[in-house]
Design a protein around this ligand. Structure first.
Ligand SMILES: [Fe+2]
Ligand SMILES: [Fe+2]
Length: 125
């Protein structure tokens, strides 16, 4: 992997995270009755999506829908089999009930995502 390949991965992660953070900040700004700032965060969040999508395109990770479904099902599988069970256990060990609950909500829903991706994949025969 070249330096630029590594940088694309980092930039993609950063832009993706920033998108979600800005969306959360926009919600907060609305709660604080600062609509102008909420608009700014929402608009910037949209631009971060464009940046992330552009990096992704250069990275070449978006393939045919059939391949994307397989990739998505495998990604959900990884979260279900190893990531979330471990994270839930560790959060409980550390007495982090809120984190454990957040992980569990996602964990449960990933099963649905995996099932739906597999079902869609099945249509390809
Ligand atoms: Fe950006
Ligand atoms: Fe998911």
């Amino acid at each position: 992997m070249t330096k630029t390949d590594e940088n694309l991965k980092i930039a993609f992660s950063d832009e993706s995270q920033t998108n979600i953070e800005y969306l959360a900040y926009a919600h907060r700004a609305i709660d604080e009755d600062m609509m102008e700032v909420a608009q700014l965060f929402r608009e910037a969040a949209g631009a971060e999506v464009v940046h992330a999508l552009s990096h992704l395109r250069v990275m070449g990770v978006v393939r045919s829908t059939r391949e994307n479904l397989r990739e998505a099902a495998e990604g959900e599988d990884l979260e279900i089999l190893s990531m979330y069970p471990k994270f839930i256990e560790e959060a409980e060990q550390e007495g982090r009930a809120e984190a454990a609950r957040s992980f569990r909500v996602a964990f449960e829903r990933e099963k649905h995502h995996r099932a739906m991706f597999r079902k869609a994949l099945g249509r390809f025969g």
